[in-house]
Design a protein around this ligand. Structure first.
Ligand code: NAD
Length: 359
């Protein structure tokens, strides 16, 4: 029996988690879920968007599946998602982007993996509002490069964090029989921060020479290349902000957020979650696509070494998506979240014990 923390999230999170629990039960993998609440609903109920019990549960069980959580813009609480990643030191965000037949997209045969640094960069939360003494002090140090009324966000890129994310990307490439790691940054402009990221990339690459290729791309060029010739790329390693932006670009390549899964990995703990957010306008409407959450659960089953069940789950999802009969609105169907989940369960109950990919 695996014990797993289930963070219900808010917006459409709880209804997605309900479906995921039912589908995982149908795989036959014995999981005892420890359900915890976080986000807007938890703030109303417990006075905190991230009650203490959530982190304790994640630390106790080491594996969590998480529904999306709203981050109000401008005001309110800081991102619970960022806090979870920082508190649990989930330094690597892994986002496989793979085409599935039946999903309308301008592209076919996409098979990319994005590895995003999760703990520093502009997400470190070191910000100074305009006209504060701290902002004025930094403006004073800038030698006239910053307007006097600027608000300031600090972008730290460390050797420590760069080293472990780039090593993670190379290790991932080896473990998943991938050929190439492309490091992405903007080192021509940010010579110290992004320059350090590339420098560390070159050092790490030496240890994997002959096993995994290494190359570098500037982030603006990378965006164009991904849109024009995505087949040239394999594993992408990125600092936090570029990783966040390119995750959505890559989700767009495979047909949208509804099918893009993710994993936040640390040395001790792992939290699995979809790339998409809480889609609050659809809350309670039984409307959104459960695929991204289910494929995140598939990554979780792989992590739990339930490889066979993970393969069957992916195949069942892929079959339902390909047939296109019981799919949600974003895939051109009229099924609700639960009905699509039920169709996947029906496939699982009849599927053979083989997975989809031989990699
Ligand atoms: P979003 O991903 O929630 O939704 C954007 C749009 O994408 C939706 O309006 C919907 O049309 C579509 N969409 C998203 N998920 C879908 C699904 N499963 N099926 C079908 N369509 C889907 O992005 P947003 O509106 O920018 O963010 C809403 C909130 O979620 C914000 O507060 C944001 O900060 C938060 N967010 C959380 C996470 C997370 O929990 N990891 C990730 C991204 C955004």
């Amino acid at each position: 029996m695996h014990k797993v923390t289930l963070i219900l999230g808010d917006g459409t999170g709880p209804e997605l988690c309900e479906v995921v629990k039912k589908v995982i039960a149908a795989t036959g993998v014995p999981i005892e879920w420890e359900e915890v609440e976080a986000g807007v609903d938890a703030l109303e109920k417990y006075g905190s968007p991230l009650p203490d019990g959530v982190l304790e549960s994640c630390r106790r069980n080491h594996v969590a599946l998480k529904g999306p959580i709203t981050t109000p813009i401008g005001t309110g609480f800081r991102s619970v998602n960022v806090a979870l990643r920082k508190e649990l030191d989930l330094f690597a965000c892994v986002r496989p982007c793979r085409s599935y037949a039946g999903v309308k997209s301008r592209y076919q045969n996409i098979d990319l993996v994005l590895v995003r640094e999760n703990t520093e960069d502009l997400y470190a939360g070191v910000e100074f509002d305009a006209n504060t003494p701290e902002a004025r002090q930094i403006i004073g140090m800038s030698g006239g490069k910053i307007y006097p009324d600027a608000a300031i966000s600090i972008k730290p890129i460390s050797r420590t964090a760069s080293l472990r994310i780039l090593k993670y990307a190379f290790d991932y490439a080896v473990a998943h029989k991938r050929k190439k790691v492309t490091a992405v940054s903007k080192a021509n402009i940010m010579k110290f921060t992004d320059g350090l990221f590339f420098k560390v990339g070159q050092e790490v690459a030496e240890d994997y020479a002959g096993r995994v290729e290494y190359e570098e791309r500037l982030v603006d060029n990378m965006c164009m290349q991904l849109v024009q010739k995505p087949e040239l790329y394999d594993v992408l390693a990125l600092p936090n902000l570029y990783g966040d932006i390119l995750s959505d670009l890559c989700a767009g390549l495979i047909g949208g957020l509804g099918i893009a899964p993710g994993a936040n990995m640390g040395d001790r703990d792992a939290v699995f979650e979809a790339v998409h957010g809480s889609a609050p306008k659809y809350k309670g409407l039984n409307k959104v696509n459960p695929t991204a959450m289910l494929l995140s659960a598939k990554l979780m089953l792989d992590h739990l070494k339930e490889t066979d069940a993970a393969g069957r789950l992916e195949r069942a999802v892929a079959d339902v998506v390909r047939e296109g009969k019981q799919v949600t609105y974003d895939l051109g169907g009229t099924a609700g979240t639960r009905e699509m989940g039920d169709a996947i369960i029906a496939k699982l109950q009849t599927s053979p014990l083989t997975s989809m990919h031989g990699r």
